[in-house]
Design a protein around this ligand. Structure first.
Ligand code: PRP
Length: 285
């Protein structure tokens, strides 16, 4: 039977989270150090450890079927490649920055200037849309140093925490795009492998929904239960169970992780006690 060939970044900012999501969806890989290819023990999957920038070409050629890759790299080197899931990690943006003391404050101030970047296609496309002309200098790494050594007037690179820009005395003046890790698919994937991909997608969605939610258990006097239930969405509806102590109930529910603290504050204010919050490993709805 055919294996689904998945590319992941060999090393760098996506590697650890990519391996973690594969583990979380139950794909067990014996990952020896310096191994470039590994088979899963319990699923028809082979993992290829590749250089980030090479992955779009491998997808185009059908050498791999899917890849966990940054949207920024896909836009730069494989605009035509589709992705089927956003994976919620390695969030960053691709931005243009200039030295802090530069008189440039917006993109139009860079008209006719020099921009150093590892994302020439992305910048070119963006500048064309804005009707701006600049000289692009392609650099593969340490782009932020270019203005300091007189190579460029501005740079375009990925920004995550912003600390590299700060350390190099640069200020961000334009965000070209927002990016995160995605599950990209080769246009050449065959039907057998597509069926394996569907199983993987289902598992990934379950893990991502779990990561975005928390399971909450609490106790409350029965006369407060209605007000508390109003705050809790639950999956279908919250579970309410009587406690051994008369007049009290326990409520169980699922809440969105990003509203967690606000909901907990409101639950307390409405009379909830003994609130327990647990992570959810997987959520199949
Ligand atoms: C990227 C990018 C920036 C830095 C931005 O480099 O090139 O230098 O991260 O991150 P920050 O805003 O959190 O400081 P990375 O470390 O991924 O290595 P690379 O230069 O090899 O791409």
């Amino acid at each position: 039977m055919s294996n689904l060939r998945i590319a992941v970044q060999k090393s760098g900012r996506l590697n650890e989270d990519s391996m973690r999501i594969l583990k979380d969806i139950g794909i067990a890989i014996d990952n020896g150090k310096d191994q470039l290819k590994a088979s899963a023990r319990n699923f028809p999957v082979e993992v290829f450890y590749l250089r980030n920038g090479d992955i779009p070409q491998y997808l185009k050629d059908g050498v791999v079927d899917v890849a966990i890759i940054g949207e920024n790299v896909l836009i730069e080197k494989g605009r035509e490649i589709q992705f089927v899931e956003r994976l919620g990690f390695s969030k960053c943006r691709v931005s243009i920055a200039v030295p802090k003391d530069s008189s440039a404050t917006s993109l139009k101030d860079l008209d006719g200037m020099r921009i150093a970047t590892s994302y020439p296609e992305t910048v070119k496309h963006y500048l064309e849309m804005q009707n701006i002309t600049a000289q692009l200098h392609r650099i593969n790494g340490s782009v932020e140093i270019a203005p300091n050594i007189g190579l460029a007037d501005g740079i375009c690179d990925i920004v995550s925490s912003g600390s590299t820009l700060f350390k190099n005395g640069l200020k961000e003046i334009e965000v070209l795009l927002q990016s995160e890790a995605v599950l990209a698919v080769s246009p050449k994937i065959d039907e057998t492998r597509k069926a394996i991909l569907e199983k993987i997608q289902f598992r990934i969605q379950s893990v991502l929904k779990g990561r975005q939610s928390k399971y909450v258990l609490l106790n409350a006097p029965n006369d407060k239960i209605d007000a508390i239930l109003d705050l809790l969405p639950g999956m279908r509806s919250p579970t309410v169970l009587p406690l051994a102590e008369e007049g009290w109930s326990s409520v169980h529910s699922v809440i969105p992780k990003n509203q967690f603290w606000e909901i907990i504050d409101e639950l307390k204010a409405k009379g909830a006690e003994g609130i327990l919050v647990c992570p959810i490993e997987k959520m199949v709805v």
